[in-house]
Design a protein around this ligand. Structure first.
Ligand SMILES: NC(=O)c1ccc[n+]([C@@H]2O[C@H](COP(=O)([O-])OP(=O)(O)OC[C@H]3O[C@@H](n4cnc5c(N)ncnc54)[C@H](OP(=O)(O)O)[C@@H]3O)[C@@H](O)[C@H]2O)c1
Length: 314
């Protein structure tokens, strides 16, 4: 099968190369997926630069990037009872860990996948995996109640946009930071108030927030502490950009935590339901083919493309 392997980490594209590899063998609890589409996230680009998940996978040979996949089951392990050959599935494979989805076939634990809803195509499904799971797991961890005031940083981004849709489906009042030009689109998708981060400092533009989803990190976490309500809590998701906020949260008795997304078939099944109902609809910015993957990373590393990127593999 064709795959994109990483021979060494480094700037821009690291050692990404096209390779011909054997189709993976599956374990008893795994399914073999003929991959139709994958999704590329910031963590993929961080990993090829030696950050992100690189430490978790650096001793494996070969290293294959990618964690999201949508496709059709080609074989099932002896212990798999929930799926059969021919089922169309999607999900986040082995995160944190080694996903290996930049390939024509991937072996995935059955417990991490869900059936793809019939009303969406592979590109839509795969665009609703890592960032949708992150948003789902954060919003559910925060236990948002109807009517609560929620601030989503980077609400037009991969995670932020799904978080908006999930928080609205729970009846929250949602304020988001984004560029002003995104306002009409975000309001059509339920946003109650937009704070334009290019012209306005959110710390002085809102208050009494019950939950902040921080997708920015750094000083933005400390600033967000100042706008929380007495029952306010905060979840931050960017990694590796300092944790001075932890001691401040402890001193001030603020419920703030870092959350890492994890593969979960149960959560993917909930996301499949939200796709089926039309609650989730990814905002796909770029569609590419497998032969473009190295070029996509050049563009990402150069800050030349933004938004949700899907790649077809078939
Ligand atoms: N902990 C985890 O498990 C986990 C999981 C998923 C993602 N993450 C991390 O979370 C972060 C966000 O991920 P993502 O996929 O949502 O990224 P993304 O798609 O690049 O979205 C980031 C959004 O933030 C906006 N933005 C930039 N500067 C801003 C500012 N000062 N104020 C408000 N918004 C601003 C960007 O707008 P423009 O495009 O207009 O600049 C973009 O819409 C990344 O660091 C990612 O690695 C962590």
């Amino acid at each position: 099968m064709k795959a994109i392997i990483l021979t060494h980490e480094g700037d821009k594209i690291g050692g990404l190369q096209t390779a011909e590899l054997p189709i993976p063998q599956i374990k008893d609890d795994e399914i073999l997926i003929k991959v139709h589409a994958i999704d590329i996230n910031p963590v993929d680009n961080k990993t090829l630069q030696g950050k992100g998940q690189f430490n978790n996978i650096k001793n494996d040979d070969p290293i294959i990037l990618g964690w999201d996949a949508s496709g059709v089951i080609d074989a099932v392990g002896n212990d798999v009872t929930d799926f059969k050959i021919g089922d169309h599935v999607f999900g986040l494979v082995n995160f944190p860990g080694h996903g290996k989805t930049y390939a024509e076939y991937v072996a995935a634990p059955a417990s991490q996948m869900a059936l793809k809803p019939d009303n969406v195509d592979d590109e839509t499904a795969v665009a609703t995996t890592l960032s949708a799971l992150m948003a789902y797991q954060a919003i559910h961890k925060a236990d948002i109640k109807e009517g609560e005031r929620v601030l989503i940083q980077g609400v037009a981004g991969g995670v932020g946009f799904f978080a908006l849709r999930i928080a609205k489906s729970l009846g929250a009042y949602v304020i988001g930071t984004a560029m002003g030009k995104e306002e009409a689109f975000l309001k059509e998708n339920g946003l109650d108030e937009l704070i334009d981060f290019q012209t306005t400092d959110f710390e002085h533009a809102t208050d009494n927030i019950d939950f902040v989803l921080d997708t920015l990190g750094g000083k933005n976490i400390l600033k967000a502490f100042n706008i929380l309500s007495p029952k306010g809590r905060l979840i931050t998701i960017p990694s590796g950009i300092g944790d001075e906020w932890k001691s401040v949260a402890e001193e001030r008795g603020i419920d703030a935590q870092f959350l890492f997304v994890h593969s979960s078939g149960e959560d993917m099944a909930a996301i499949a339901d939200l796709l089926r109902l039309g609650v989730l609809k990814p905002n796909i910015a770029h569609r590419f083919k497998m032969t473009d993957i190295i070029h996509i990373h050049e563009l990402m590393s150069g800050g030349k493309i933004f938004g949700k990127i899907v790649v077809t593999i078939y």
